[in-house]
Design a binder for this molecule. Sequence first.
Ligand code: COI
Length: 365
Amino acid sequence: MQEITVTRTTHPKSKPDQSALGFGKYYTDHMLLMDYTAGIGWHEPRIVPFADLELHPAAVVLHYGTEIFEGLKAYRRPDGRVQLFRPMENVRRMNNSARRMALPTMDEELGLECLRKFVEVEQDWVPSAPGTSLYLRPFMIATGADLALHGIREARYVLIASPVASYFPDGLKPVKIMVEDEDVRAVRGGTGEAKCGGNYAASTRAGDRAEAKGYSQVLWLDGVERKYVEEVGSMNIMFKIAGRVVTPKLTGSILPGITRKSAIELLTSQGVPVDERLISVDELRQACEDGTLEEAWGIGTAAIISPVGALAFGDREYTIHGGEIGPFSQKLYDDLSGIQWGRKPDPFGWTFPVDQPAGAPDCQK
Ligand code: COI
C-alpha cells in the first residue's frame, strides 16, 4: 500500500468549547489529499496543514458538479480510546458513488487506511463531551481543466474533519417534517443512491421552503408517481406503524444509509423484524389519521436517531407520540449510540479502533 506522508502544521489552532460545537462550524488542523491521474491511478496520499483548495477555473467539478462525498464519525470511548464505526462501509459506498458518477474508484484498503491514519493524526480533536464526535467528510472532485464533456482524467480525494455535537440544534428533541409535493430529489436510474453533492443541491429549495414554514426538513416522495415515501433531507426514515417497524426499501433512488442498515441489523438481532417495503404517502397519512403511527424517526450518520414529532401533509399537521420522543426510538438511540461511543459491547464487530495497525481485519459486514 502507498505510504501516507504527514506534514504537521506549525500553527495548531486552539480547540473549540465542547459545549458549543454545533455541526460543521470548526475544522481540525490538517486535511488529507490524494490525486488521481488517468494512466497512473491514485498517488501521493498526504496529510498536510488545513488550507483552502486551489482549483483551475475550468475544473470539471465547478461546471458539471462531478463530486461525491461520505460522512462518518470518530468517537471517544469511555476509556479514552478513539474508534470509527463501520468505516469500510463508507469506503465501499464511496466506490459505488464513484462508479455512478464516472469518478475513479479506490483500493478499499487504501481508502480505509486514509480514514484511520487521518484520525490517528487528529485524535486530540475527537471531543469527549456526551453526544459529541469528530465528523469525517471525505469527498472527491473532478479537477481536470476541461469544458468538454467526457471521461474524468484527473480527480482529487480530500478528507477533512469537524468536531461536532448534534446535527439538529435541539439534540434528541423531535423535529417537524413536511411532506414535499412539488420538487423531487431523485428518480430511479438517476443519482439518488449515490452520495453526490448534486442530490443535496437539488434539495435546497424545498428545504428552504420547509424552514420558512417552521419545519426542519422535507420528506421526499418518489420522483415518478410522487406516491411513495423515500427519505428526509439529511437522513433515512423509519416508522413504527401498528406495532411494526417499517422503512422505505432501497429502490435505487434512496441513499443506502449505513446507520439505517445498522439499525435494521441491530433490531433484527433483538427479534424486532423491520419491513423494508414501499410505503405510500396515503398509508402514512391514514396511519396519522387513525393513530396507528406510533413513532417516526430519521436515521443517519450526522443525525444518528432524530425523532419526528410532527408530520405535515399540505396544511394538515399531525403530531406523533405527543410531539415527544417515543420509547422505541429512545431505546434504538441508546443501543446504537452505545455501540458507537463504546458504552455498550459491540457483538457485531462494527467498531474499528484507530490505533489498530494497517491491514488488521475490519468488520466486513
Ligand atoms: C451524513 O449524515 O453524514 C450526511 O452526509 C448528511 C449531511 C446532509 C450532513
